[in-house]
Design a protein around this ligand. Sequence first.
Ligand SMILES: Nc1ncnc2c1ncn2[C@@H]1O[C@H](COP(=O)(O)OP(=O)(O)O)[C@@H](O)[C@H]1O
Ligand SMILES: [Mg+2]
Length: 142
Amino acid sequence: MQLPSIKIVLSENDTAEFAAEFAALLKIGDVVCLNGNLGSGKTFFVKNICKEFAVDTAASPSFAIVNEYSGKLKVIHIDFYRLKKVEELYDIGFDEYLSLSDSIVFIEWADLFEDVLPKKYYSVEITQINETSRQIIIKKHE
Ligand SMILES: Nc1ncnc2c1ncn2[C@@H]1O[C@H](COP(=O)(O)OP(=O)(O)O)[C@@H](O)[C@H]1O
Ligand SMILES: [Mg+2]
């Protein structure tokens, strides 16, 4: 995959394939920020990346702000949606998560607190077109 990449997907299967292609670029220490409306497919995208690393996400409560999964590597899955203020991020140990040397970090709704994002990250922007179609744009920021 060459970045930036823009893709129109027509089905969950297409999204899963695109996620797997992107996963091939990812390395330990990377941060991936996902934005897009509720139901656009951010969590779906993360879960399909996790599959590529044999990381099991099945037991994750969807209401948690942070979930940790492990497989071939560790995955930290953070969701900013329910955060009310930036101080709550210190309470959950956000800075520590960003400096872990054995993990990949995913942040849904990252734009809600964009000031706290690291300098280097990948962004995944998902726009819902209809029930099953999405536009997905992936960029590298550094
Ligand atoms: N092409 C597609 N890509 C991703 N999800 C899709 C697609 N088509 C339908 N869906 C459905 O859309 C929903 C996306 O939900 P979710 O990943 O939880 O969204 P978000 O995390 O952005 O709120 C899922 O129910 C998924 O099955
Ligand atoms: Mg989600």
